[in-house]
Design a protein around this ligand. Structure first.
Ligand code: FEO
Ligand code: CA
Ligand code: CA
Length: 661
């Protein structure tokens, strides 16, 4: 029997797979088969026993390790049991409180959420769907006050079957037959981002400030400008915008970042999915460019009502997406800027640090199978006394090549250097940026297993690369940095910058951990033996480094039929005898993935984004059918009749106060 556990079905799974080609046929038993067979034996039973019983399970690995030595954990919390359930859960001694949910009012005048009577106008003023990146920036009026901040949140995409009553899944297979212009416009307004003021009370709990003048929704209709080398390039010009600089909106904003000058970076990830139109014409410049990015993806039917999302009408519109967008939350009427200097690809995020010479460095992943890891370094040093609002327009984008023996180099994507010349079809630096992927191909970058977050750790001078999975890496396609064929569970690379210099061109690398169940030999996971049966995970996606320099990892893709556990947040030891030991801290409700993780600078609060709760449903035996608005697998977080599951940002605090973990 061919297992199809990783074939994308729902929009979430498509987004997760970020893939343009159909799955190849598998004849021999695969690791997936082995895992699935094992789930049938052990984890189906675990599911029946339920969540609490699982927490009491003693891992043989942990038992053996416990006898060997007693190393001291950097993390002070009792491990949470791993399983699948309708509610979320956090380690004992901590509170996990919902801060804001899909549909909650954001800007003044926003109506209360009424899911049965949603409108584009209401949604444009309310919290969007599928919260992904979460960050905070200092409050413009009180920058020193840690109890008053602006929270910035990305809304990556929408799931119609969970948002609208009686609709079911809407995709090409269903010919989008249930979609209307009204529903498309609601979907659009549920994308983008939110700025909302938050305050912390004396009890340490956070709440949103509904009448704050800083609150703002960013949507696919918000006017933005392109700046940097690709702004105004002929490939950026459309019939509506002869300047090639004025762009409406942003889509599929996945992870992101915040800068030392208090702006928010929104990554445009799976933008290809929003375009419909004919298959690209192979062998033409435009066709090859589209094909390299999977345009048109046809995940949505926006182009039926908005010409710019139909490539037969606006062939250049896709070139205006796939960028990093910088937003100034301190000015709610500011125009967001697409920083074309930072390259065009399926941007996961952009995590910013400073090099010893004062330059700003951003690390970024291109989340597609066999695509690359990137870094951007500004030309000028950052001067906090006199911040340059356009510092991100000038700099060098580089792509990573990981070599055998633990060395890696960052190779610059500069027009005129190496193969990036007119001879190879580039006419300018802007053109190199528009065609970032092809430029990186020509430089011989290392094809990775889907780079998600790439996060610097300034405490330790290291950089962590989350590689979420790659089921299509075949035997013979492995490389030193991506050593597993059919890598279902992903791995994490740790890069060490010499002397903590994030702008250095040569660095060292090592694999921190290969993910998956350590008890299944075929998986080849390499968690430390001290990792308990609840402590391992697969599919690392986002991560955070807390103020103490400790690594935390959130996941996307763990599920009952894959791992017997939901997605969540795990702590990870990176140093000493315990290196590679992970520990389970927070678990999402069934069907969700976990995004965000973001610590306040005092490490006393942790914000996480629970994305697409109730998605799927078939794979969870307790539910066993497709989850929809009318019949969802969970009604988290409200658990109220008639209320669908709602993507939400959760604030986690220690009971009685103190640092997280
Ligand atoms: Fe939107 Fe790469 O996750
Ligand atoms: Ca992600
Ligand atoms: Ca994800």
């Amino acid at each position: 029997m061919k297992f199809t556990i990783f074939d994308p079905i729902t929009r979430s799974q498509k987004a997760d797979a970020a893939e343009d080609t159909p799955a190849h046929a598998v004849d021999a038993p695969t690791i997936g088969d082995v895992i699935a067979a094992r789930m049938g034996r052990r984890d189906l039973m675990k599911g029946a026993l339920g969540f609490t019983a699982m927490a009491a399970t003693v891992s043989p690995l942990a038992f053996a390790a416990g006898q060997a030595k007693a190393a001291t954990s950097s993390f002070d919390f009792p491990e949470l049991g791993a399983g699948v359930q309708a509610d979320h859960a956090v380690a004992d001694g901590f509170d996990a409180d919902v801060l804001i949910r899909w549909g909650d009012p954001v800007v003044s005048g926003a109506p209360d959420f009424d899911p049965a009577n949603q409108s584009p106008e209401a949604q444009a003023m309310q919290f969007g769907y599928n919260n992904d990146y979460v960050g905070t920036v200092p409050h413009p009026d009180e920058p020193e006050n840690q109890n008053r901040q602006l929270m910035v949140v990305n809304h990556e995409y929408t799931n119609e079957e969970l948002m609208f009553s009686g609709l079911g899944r809407q995709d090409r297979d269903a010919e989008f037959s249930g979609m209307t212009e009204e529903l498309v416009n609601i979907e659009m307004m549920a994308h983008g981002g939110t700025v909302i003021e938050i305050v912390r009370g004396d009890d340490g709990k956070w709440s949103t400030v509904l009448n704050s003048p800083y609150n703002r929704r960013i949507t696919p209709s918000t006017l933005m400008v392109a700046s940097g080398p690709a702004a105004g390039h002929p490939k950026m010009i459309t019939s509506a915008d002869p300047t090639g600089r004025n762009i409406f909106g942003t889509v599929n904003n996945c992870a992101g970042g915040v800068t030392p000058w208090g702006t928010w970076l929104m990554a445009e990830e799976n933008f290809h999915g929003y375009f419909m139109g004919p298959d690209p014409e192979e062998g033409t410049e435009d066709g090859d460019l589209k094909a390299r990015y999977g345009v048109p993806g046809g995940w949505y039917t926006w182009g039926s009502y908005h010409d710019r999302f139909d490539t037969s009408k606006e062939p250049n519109e896709p070139n205006r997406f796939g960028w990093m967008v910088e937003v100034d939350p301190s000015n709610p009427t500011s125009t967001p800027v697409k920083r074309t200097s930072m390259g065009r690809f399926k941007h996961e995020g952009a995590h910013v640090a400073q090099a010893p010479n004062g330059r700003i460095v951003a690390f970024m992943g291109d989340d597609q199978r066999f695509d690359y890891t990137y870094r951007f370094v500004t030309t000028r040093a950052y001067d906090p006394a006199n911040p340059d609002p356009n510092i991100l327009d000038d700099g060098v984008l580089s792509v990573a090549r990981f070599d055998e023996g633990g060395k890696m180099i960052w190779m610059p994507l500069v027009f005129g250097e190496g193969p990036l010349t007119a001879e190879n079809g580039f006419d300018s630096q802007g053109d190199v940026m528009i065609q970032t992927r092809r430029a990186a191909d020509l430089l011989g970058a290392t094809p990775m297993d889907r780079p998600e977050d790439v996060e610097p750790n300034p405490e330790r001078g290291t950089i962590y690369v989350m590689l979420t999975n790659n089921s299509r890496r075949e035997v013979g396609d492995e490389n030193a940095a991506n050593p597993r064929a059919e890598n279902l569970f992903g791995h994490i690379i740790e890069i060490t910058a010499p002397g903590g210099d994030f702008a250095a061109d040569e660095m060292d690398w090592d694999i921190l951990v290969k993910c998956g169940d350590p008890a299944v030999a075929e998986v080849g996971a390499t968690f430390s033996p001290e990792t308990s049966e609840d402590g391992w995970f697969g599919m690392p996606d986002n991560c955070a480094v807390d103020a103490q320099g400790r690594l935390w990892i959130s996941t996307d893709g763990n599920a009952f039929d894959r791992t017997g556990r939901s997605d969540g947040l795990w702590s990870m030891e990176t140093e000493g005898d315990l290196r590679g030991t992970s520990k389970h801290f927070y678990q999402v409700p069934v069907g969700a993935e976990l995004c965000g993780p973001h610590f306040t600078t005092d490490d006393e609060s942790l914000f996480v984004a629970v994305q697409h709760p109730g998605d799927g449903g078939d794979e969870w035996p307790e539910f066993g059918r497709t989850s929809t608005f009318d019949d969802p697998s969970t009604r988290w977080p409200d658990f109220a009749e008639g209320m669908p599951p709602r993507p939400s940002v959760v604030a986690i605090t220690r009971q009685g106060g103190g640092k997280i973990g």
